[in-house]
Design a protein around this ligand. Sequence first.
Ligand code: DGL
Length: 257
Amino acid sequence: MIGIFDSGAGGLSVYREIVRLLPNERYVYFSDNAHCPYGEKSQEYILARARWITEHLISRGADVIVIACNTATAAAIATLRAEYGLPFIGMEPAVKPAALKTHSGVIGVLATAGTLKASKYLDTKDKYTDGVKVIEQVGKGFVELVENGELDGPYAEQVVRESVEPLILAGADVIVLGCTHYPFLRGTISRIAGSGVSIIDPAPAAARHLVDVMSERKLFRNDSRSGGKNIGDPKAADVELSSSGDRSALERIFNLL
Ligand code: DGL
């Protein structure tokens, strides 16, 4: 069984991509919304939550865990891998594909404060962005918009504009979505960014990585990729949704998948 967690409903943007590739696997999704957002919390706090959630997911039957959260990946994946005997898949900051794609030589990264100051992100940036200018912005208020189900409309537009506009004014022609909540605001982000700007969501790459790891470790359910009835509909998959706080936020986003 595949366990997936995030600080909230954002990780459903990763779940959606995974189900496209593995429609007939079993899933347990945990939203830690009683502790959301993670973005400004300390590494110790997030690590403590990640350990608790890992144990919860294992108790529900998970044999592989996807940390569908950039902030929690940066804060906890190395420790979780050392402490637990099952594979963990994390979110990679997609600066490498962005640096390869840019024509203007400027890329924008939207992420949480926790992700942007983590060594995981800083190391990746150092390694892959030679000769490319990287402009970073915290998507201020984005997580709250998604948790409240406000994905468009004038207020969402105003909040998103504040973080996206500086990237465009700096000349970015590629924007990396470095937080799993942000893909749910993709329509608003791309309207503000304009048609000449490409947006990169790392979720499909994370889903492909999961398939490779499960294949290496022979973790597929017998009928996982053939023989089952689901053809990739995230709502029709065999999934258990759970959360530490009110479930309605999670259900609202789930129903939009
Ligand atoms: N969705 C998360 C991420 O990818 C966390 C957002 C938050 O809780 O601040 O970083």
